[in-house]
Structures are given as structure tokens and as C-alpha cells.
Design a protein around this ligand. Structure first.
Ligand code: UD1
Length: 417
């Protein structure tokens, strides 16, 4: 199994370009199921999760054409299978987003239940409840969701808890439903906004994107479209944190500063200085890092997907901090690994208490999930000596060319078998 070896302690400098957003690309790829026409997505990152979804879509009969790096044209006019196997859904939960489009376009779908994962139970009950509200008949049998509907009927569904992929599923399904659908307590993430924008450019009638309340007037058919995927805000923050903790002076390019406003305001509290431009920023890490306490929240709050990375910053801060994880119940797996590297972290329920230490030491550690592996890389960048990170396949699910990007800004990173 591949591992990453990092020799820590080198300052980072130069510039790093952020890739297209994984969490924007995946739902938009599933949205292609809704149309019989060509849909071109530009800026798709080269990631394991993207490959998994292409494999799934291809297995259904989607025609996928690679135009050039990151640019793909999808055509779903010959889709025959409406089946998503356990094998594929268990490797990537986002596959659940084929459910709404298949049901809306073809009137049926058989999609595996995703099951639990390293960061919590992660049920899909709200996806199912929402689709039932639109008139779908849904049965759970042998670990599969069996859904059918002659045509979905517009309705009102208010999420009892905000769900990103849940909102994506209902939003996509409602575009082809008969009549009007209203989604309450909808996810406001930029990735959902862009999904809605793609659907609107395909001829959907959606209003309220980016707000709690989205309304959709169903249409008969959707057309073709082309869109450039937004930059990955989670990768952007990960690189910003790398620059700060490695006492860097770093330019981070291809970002949308509006999408990372709250995280940047929070991170400023550690003493880092930012100069923000239209689609890039320049940062300078402080000599002494001050601790930052926060809780994770749905957008525009601090994303749970940067909780582990921000925790690394706090491990070497001058003082104590508290980090409350409000989205997932088991997203502290990285703490045990960070403690093996000398971090001083206690856990009280869903709150981590971090007491800053002067430095981290290297160790052999294991990645437990995607963002935890990013956190371990950050820890390796500042640890004394050689850190070896095992199970980095998690990393390849969500960070495009991470070693190359880090090498280019002065990190000592290599991959070994
Ligand atoms: C998405 C992101 C993931 C991010 C997460 C939270 C994608 C592909 N993934 O995941 O990177 O960490 O949002 O920002 O975009 N829940 C239920 N029932 C449901 C659905 C969700 O109880 O039917 C709960 C979840 O267990 C969790 C919370 O709602 O506690 C939020 O989860 P959700 O927003 O759905 O996460 P994902 O969409 O899976």
C-alpha cells in the first residue's frame, strides 16, 4: 500500500494553484443523467472519486468523452441501467446522488445504501424522505434502495437537518417533476449553488439558490450546457494552513475569496496576514501562532471538512483552544494520530481541547479518512524528522497532485510503496 514520506521543518514559499472542486464536480456529473444532450464540465479535478463516479455512470450507459485535461462531455441519451452497486457506493458515498436524477428521468432506480463510514453513521434517510414527498415509492431491500415513480410530483419538503448531498438529490429530482417543489432548510454551499446554476443553464427553473428556501418549477426536458467548475475551497484552506504553519509566504491562486470568507476571518486570529485579490490571495504566517477556537457549521460557517487541518494549526499554537464538531459525530479520528506526533489534545464529547506544544515530532501514522489524511500531511510538514503516512489512498480521493503542489513550494514529500 502506498505511503507518503515527509521530511518536516522546511518553510514553504512560492505559489500554489487550487484545483476544481470535487464536491461541485460530483453532483454536476450526476446531473448529466437528467438530460439527453451533451453536457460539458470543465475543470474536473483528476481524483479517485471522479474516476469512481465515471465508472458508475459508464456502467449505466453514459457516454463520457474526455476533451482535454479536466474537460469532459457527458451524454446520457443511451442510459439503460438504473443500478448503482454496493461495490461502487461503498467506495464513494457521493454515488447516492444518482438516485434523484435516475428517478426523475427514468422513473426507477436501484441504488445501494451507503452504510456507515469512518466519520460517523451518515444515514441517507432524509434523501429518501424528500423523494417520497415528491411521490416516489421507496422500499429498502437487501441493502438497496428500490425507488420508482411514474412521474415525480412537485411538493414541499423541509430538511429537519441541513444536508448537502440530500439537497442535491431533491433539487435534481424536482427539476423534472410535475409542478412546483419547495425545499426548506436547504444547503447553501457554493457547490449546491453551482449545481443549481448548471441545472438552470440546462433549462431548469430554480430560484433561491444559496438561500435556505429553494423553489423549483418542474419542466418536461432539460437541454445541454457547459460550465467551469468552481475552485475547491477545502483544498484552498488546506494550503493556506500549510503556508501558515510552515512559516510561509505563499500565493494561493485560483480561489473564490467569497467562498472562504468566514474561514479566512477565523484564521486571521492566529496572527497570519492576508492580502486578498479577485481570484487569489497572498499570505504570510506569523512568528508565533495564536490559538483559534471555533465550531463547525453548515455554509457559510466553518466547514467540517477543514476541522482536522485547523486542529493541526492549534497543536503548535501559543496557548489553548477548543474545537467543537457539530456536523459529524465521529470526526476526531485524526486526534489519536496527532497525539502520536506529540500533540496535546483531549476530547470532551464533541469538543476537542488542544493545548499548544512547541513542536510536533515525526512518527509513523495512518490516514483514516480524506480530511484526516490532509491533517497528517500538515502535521508532517512541521514535525521534526521523517513522518510516514500510511493509507494515503484516502488522500487521492480528494486532493489533485498534492505531492507535486507541495514539492513546488518547498516541501520535502515523496510517495513510496
Ligand atoms: C457533504 C460533503 C462532505 C461534507 C459534508 C458536510 C459532498 C460530496 N460531500 O457530505 O465533504 O463533509 O457535506 O459539509 O458534497 N444526515 C442525516 N440524514 C441524511 C443526510 C444527512 O442524518 O439523510 C446527517 C449526516 O449524518 C450529518 C449531517 O446530516 O450529520 C450533514 O451531512 P450531509 O450534509 O448530508 O453530508 P454529505 O452530503 O454526505
Amino acid at each position: 500500500m502506498k505511503k507518503l514520506v515527509i521530511n518536516g521543518g522546511y518553510p514553504l514559499s512560492g505559489s500554489v494553484k487550487i484545483s476544481g472542486s470535487k464536491n461541485a464536480a460530483l453532483p454536476m456529473m450526476t446531473a448529466c443523467i437528467l438530460s439527453d444532450h451533451n453536457i460539458t464540465l470543465n475543470g474536473i479535478p483528476d481524483l479517485a472519486d471522479v474516476k469512481t463516479l465515471i465508472t458508475l455512470l459508464d456502467s449505466m450507459g453514459m457516454k463520457t468523452k474526455k476533451n482535454h485535461k479536466g474537460s469532459f462531455t457527458f451524454n446520457a441519451s443511451e442510459i439503460e441501467s438504473k443500478f448503482a452497486s454496493y461495490e461502487l457506493v461503498k467506495t464513494m458515498r457521493a454515488s447516492i446522488m444518482v438516485l434523484g436524477p435516475l428517478l426523475a428521468k427514468h422513473g426507477e432506480a436501484k441504488v445501494s445504501l451507503p452504510g456507515g463510514c469512518a466519520i460517523g453513521a451518515r444515514p441517507v434517510d432524509l434523501h429518501i424522505e424528500g423523494l417520497e414527498k415528491l411521490g416516489a415509492s421507496i422500499e429498502i431491500k437487501d441493502g438497496y434502495i428500490l425507488a420508482s415513480a411514474e412521474r415525480l410530483i412537485g411538493s414541499t419538503y423541509s430538511f429537519p437537518k441541513k444536508s448537502v448531498t440530500g439537497t442535491a438529490n431533491i433539487l435534481m429530482a424536482a427539476t423534472l417533476a410535475e409542478g412546483e417543489t419547495e425545499i426548506g432548510n436547504a444547503a447553501c454551499e457554493p457547490e449546491i449553488v453551482q449545481l443549481g446554476e448548471l441545472l438552470n443553464s440546462m433549462g431548469a427553473k430554480i430560484e433561491g439558490l444559496g438561500e435556505d428556501f429553494i423553489s423549483i418549477e418542474g419542466v418536461e426536458n432539460l437541454e445541454g450546457a457547459e460550465i467551469e467548475i468552481i475552485p475547491d475551497r477545502i483544498e484552498a484552506i488546506t494550503m493556506i494552513i500549510a503556508g501558515i504553519i510552515a512559516q510561509g509566504e505563499l500565493k494561493v491562486e485560483n480561489i473564490n475569496p467569497l467562498h472562504i470568507q468566514q474561514p479566512i476571518e477565523l484564521i486571521r486570529q492566529c496572527g497570519a496576514k492576508f492580502e486578498i485579490f479577485e481570484d487569489s490571495l497572498f499570505l504570510k504566517g506569523p512568528d508565533t501562532i495564536l490559538p483559534i477556537s471555533f465550531e463547525t457549521n453548515p455554509y457559510p460557517g466553518i466547514p467540517t471538512d477543514i476541522q482536522a487541518q485547523l486542529m493541526v494549526l492549534n497543536t503548535i499554537a501559543h496557548g489553548d483552544s477548543k474545537i467543537k464538531e457539530t456536523i459529524f459525530e465521529n470526526r476526531f479520528m485524526h486526534i489519536l494520530e496527532l497525539k502520536r506526533m506529540g500533540a496535546n489534545i483531549g476530547i470532551d464529547g464533541n469538543t476537542a481541547i488542544v493545548r499548544g506544544v512547541s513542536k510536533l515530532n515525526s512518527a509513523q501514522v495512518m490516514a483514516t479518512d480524506l480530511r484526516a489524511s490532509a491533517a497528517l500531511i500538515l502535521a508532517g510538514l512541521i514535525a521534526d524528522g521523517k513522518t510516514i503516512i500510511d493509507r494515503i489512498y484516502h488522500l487521492d480521493r480528494g486532493y489533485e497532485n498534492i505531492e507535486e503542489k507541495l514539492l513546488n513550494i518547498g516541501a520535502k514529500v515523496r510517495r513510496i510503496d
